[in-house]
Design a protein around this ligand. Structure first.
Ligand code: LCS
Length: 394
């Protein structure tokens, strides 16, 4: 799809093709595990790659429903091609396995989603892959972390749950100089607000479970990159099999048609909630990349066109006060995950990031008083009123 076409139009139209058989207006769900060949020669040609087409749902390009989703996200991210996965974690695992081998070194942002942290800290070293967790908002620290055998730099920005932002363009440039692949977890921003490939990164990946699906009713992941990189990823997809279901792919396609509308509302609401919290006497601090008080606000402004719906804050009175707040909300849901239409509140130190050792949590800022909000698309006044009444009980 032409670059001149605007983002919202791409959300609606990219990847969509009229159904050639019955003319269905909406992309059909190809709920099938295998595909019938016209003859043995065609089967052989499909398997050898001589002829493009579908063979078996575990093997890319999976099904025509998956193809539409992969193409839609590839267009939105500005990459050559995309590949869907069963979850964000399946996507991250496949990217790492497609590139790194025993003896390689990975540089990762020190604040990443808890399961990403555990995958890198517990599983990769068992495969002989060395991992350095670095404060990637500190460019000198990133520069100093490269080694001869650094094969990949993995960035999460804004980071879950501290909202720390790092400079994608600068770090991608360093990675290229060292012959390392730069990978960005774009889950928090979505391509609506941040396009890592256009900033110079090699790979952009997301958990579709969040804003891409957008309605908290599915699990999924997506990876977008150059054709060269995707060619190295496809075999790993087939061998590891962490495949998105056809129904989930269809739900993601439907969700993406309103991505631009939802993200505007998420971000607009989040800014209002962040400003409300920042002015509240019971709140110690607020981290939202759209606030001038955010430590990396300038970098965020440079590389993001908006600041999404995620924020974190510290409450005076620490973990006990936070618990009382979370137990007192009525409109907000006390739940992990993010990017849902409703506002979700959770406590990372005891929930999503409980797997990160206490000393590491303290060092990187996942403090016990940190409460995370995924601001939904309700009316901002109602979210604020709910937080206000809950804060009165703290
Ligand atoms: N990347 C980021 C930044 C995430 O926040 C998550 C999940 C993942 C990857 C993994 O995606 P999944 O496999 O769940 O599709 N984040 C979650 C969170 O903060 N609460 O629950 C899940």
């Amino acid at each position: 799809m032409k670059d001149a076409i605007k983002f919202g139009t791409k959300c609606v139209h990219a990847g969509e093709k009229p159904d050639p058989v019955f003319g269905a207006h909406t992309t059909p769900i190809f709920q099938t595990s295998t595909f019938v060949f016209e003859n043995a020669g065609q089967g052989a040609a499909r398997f050898s790659g001589e002829e493009a087409g579908y063979v078996y749902t575990r093997i890319p390009p999976n099904t025509p429903t998956h193809s539409v989703l992969a193409e839609k996200v590839a267009v939105l991210e500005g990459g050559d091609a995309g590949q869907t996965f069963a979850s964000g974690m399946a996507a991250i695992t496949a990217v790492v396995l497609s590139r790194l081998k025993q003896g390689d070194h990975l540089i990762s942002t020190d604040v990443v989603y808890g399961c990403t942290y555990s995958l890198f800290r517990e599983v990769l070293p068992r495969l002989g892959i060395e991992v350095s967790f670095i404060d990637t908002s500190d460019l000198a620290a990133v520069k100093a972390a490269f080694k001869e055998n650094t094969g990949m730099v993995f960035l999460e920005t804004p980071a879950n749950p501290t909202m720390t932002v790092c400079d994608i363009g600068e770090i991608a440039c360093m990675a290229r100089e060292h012959g390392a692949l730069s990978v960005v977890d774009n889950t928090f921003s979505t391509p609506y607000f941040q396009r890592p490939l256009q900033l110079g990164a090699d790979v952009s990946l997301s958990s579709c479970t969040k804003y891409i699906g957008g309605h908290a009713d599915l699990l999924g992941g997506i990876v977008v990159g150059s054709l060269d990189f995707m060619r190295s990823l496809y075999p790993v997809v087939g061998y590891t099999g962490g495949i998105m279901g056809p129904h989930e792919a269809w739900l993601c396609i439907r969700g993406l048609k309103t991505l631009h509308l939802r993200m505007e509302r998420h971000a607009g609401n989040a800014l209002k909630v962040a400003e409300f919290l920042e002015a509240h006497p019971k709140i110690a601090w607020v981290r939202y990349p759209g606030l001038p008080s955010h430590p990396q606000h300038a970098v965020a402004k440079k590389q993001m066109s908006g600041y999404s719906g995620m924020l974190s804050f510290g409450i005076l009175g620490g973990v006990e006060a936070g618990r009382r707040l979370m137990d007192s909300v009525r409109l907000c849901s006390l739940a992990v995950s993010l990017g849902a239409t409703d506002t979700l509140i959770q406590h990372p130190a005891s929930m999503t990031h409980a797997c990160v050792p206490l000393d590491v949590r303290k060092r990187v800022g996942i403090t016990d008083d940190l409460v995370r909000l995924s601001v939904g698309v309700e009316d901002a006044e109602d979210i604020i009123a709910d937080l206000e009444q809950a804060l009165e009980k703290v």
